[in-house]
Design a protein around this ligand. Structure first.
Ligand code: FAD
Ligand code: UDP
Length: 395
């Protein structure tokens, strides 16, 4: 009998599995329908031997010391500051918009104070900032909005920024200094040996069994368990009782080139041209040295694996109905980006899972919050000590 059956071996499921097993001594079975652990953060070496992120570029960044410390039990890190260029008006310029972006784009030589005034002269103040269009136009005006945001957002989400919550484009700040980093969080780093290795270390515990290639629906009636943690799409769990919740999908197009470096930045955004939104060259992220290089282009789609909840009022209303069902489901916990319908980054998902763990532990029994030690398996597959097993079900 398992104490917990966990559906989904991404950040949320794996974080909970590890805490329940190591801190509460619970017996856990974690299941994923994909042939691997790691969820959307899964990385692997491609046929050329270049490390890629199978579901698009994942860059770890957080302001949360507890989250960073927690994950640091399972990986060493490689310091990495992410940078992105946008292809606009035939030039490659830094995004988020900063002093250099403006000077490059307009052929000017403004300083910080001058650029602040320039942007203020373009900005169209809005009484209320409700949509993703309001956010940008109220800060930098319509022209820059159209150059950098409108086309990208329409491609990415399939709707106009005026129909999306403000929070979506609010992820991208505007700067009047020369800081050209994509993120400014206090912790920015990539797992030294990749995300998958970090997940292997997390799940390498004698109380945890891992079963991949298995949709939980195929086995749930045969597996004895006490409680369920579900991290898949919440509407699917309830058989779409109130209709489908929109999730945006992506098609990933990988290309390997016979050169060490292909493009001039880790990511290049294409707001106005092509069907893809951006192109990532993985070696910048991973620091791998290799004579070839692999890139991925992301082409947004309506159909396909659910990757992004779509933040807009009508979807939040529909989610609330599912949330009420989730709240009423006894002995089932919902966690993660798909199950709580939140446009969360990896660190936010980990924070959410740790909070849920504290709640479970509080309701269950007193917890001993000790950190686990010696779980780095930097040379093996992380499972070589025989403490955990990957069971591969029929696909
Ligand atoms: P997932 O990783 O989606 O895990 C859920 C798992 O549940 C999946 O593996 C799925 O196969 C499994 N599952 C679903 N249904 C079933 C079922 N019926 N039976 C069995 N298993 C099931 N975050 C960052 O912090 N930085 C980034 O740079 C970043 N880049 C991103 C780029 C892209 C293209 C995308 C899509 C996301 C990005 N994210 C990034 C967000 C990050 O991927 C998520 O925050 C995180 O992976 C969510 O973890 P999760 O466990 O909630 O969900
Ligand atoms: N965005 C944009 N232009 C850009 C970069 C981002 O319009 O050059 C908007 C777009 O709506 C995007 C959102 O800002 O979906 C958030 O961007 P982020 O890079 O955080 O997206 P993610 O990495 O989550 O796909």
């Amino acid at each position: 009998m398992f104490d917990y059956l966990i559906v989904g071996a991404g950040f949320s499921g794996s974080t909970l599995a590890e805490r329940l097993a190591s801190q509460l001594d619970k017996k856990v079975l974690i299941i994923d329908k994909r042939p691997h652990i790691g969820g959307n953060a899964y990385d692997r070496y491609d046929d050329a031997g270049v490390m890629i992120h199978q579901y698009g570029p994942h860059i770890f960044h957080t302001n949360s010391k507890p989250v960073f410390d927690h994950l640091s039990q399972f990986t060493k890190w490689r310091a990495y500051q992410h940078r992105v260029l946008a292809s606009v008006d035939g030039q490659l310029v830094p995004i988020p918009i900063n002093l250099d972006t403006i000077n490059q784009l307009y052929g000017t030589n403004l300083n910080s104070m001058e650029v602040e005034k320039f942007l203020a002269s373009l900005a169209e103040p809005r009484e209320e900032i409700k949509t993703s269009e309001d956010v940008v136009i109220s800060k930098v005006g319509r022209e820059l909005y159209e150059k950098f945001f409108r086309g990208y957002t329409r491609k990415q989400w399939g709707v106009d920024p005026s129909e999306l919550d403000a929070a979506v484009t609010a992820r991208i700040p505007t700067r009047t200094n020369r800081d050209n980093r994509y993120f400014t969080d206090s912790y920015q780093a990539m797992p030294l040996h990749g995300f998958t290795r970090m997940f292997e270390n997390m799940l390498s515990h004698k109380n945890i069994k891992v079963m991949t290639n298995t949709d939980y629906k195929e086995v749930i009636d045969y597996i004895p368990y006490k409680k369920l943690v579900y991290t898949g799409p919440v509407d699917e769990f309830f058989d779409y009782r109130y209709g489908k919740l929109p999730y945006r999908s992506l098609k990933f197009q990988f290309e390997t080139h016979d050169c060490e470096r292909f493009q001039s930045a880790p990511v290049i955004n294409y707001p106005n041209d092509y069907a893809y939104t951006r192109c990532t060259e993985f070696k910048y992220l991973t620091g791998q040295e290799h004579k070839q290089t692999t890139l991925v282009y992301e082409i947004p789609q309506d159909q396909g694996d659910p990757y992004y909840p779509v933040p807009r009022a009508e979807n939040a209303d529909l989610y609330k109905k599912y949330q009420a069902l989730a709240d009423a489901a006894s002995d089932v916990y919902f966690a993660g980006r798909l199950a709580t319908y939140k446009y969360y980054n990896m660190d936010q998902v980990v924070a959410q899972a740790l909070t849920l763990f504290t709640k479970i532990a509080g309701a269950d029994e007193p917890i001993v919050t000790t950190a686990r030690t010696s779980v780095h398996h930097e040379n093996g597959n992380g499972l070589s000590n025989g403490r955990s097993k990957i069971l591969t079900g029929a696909s």
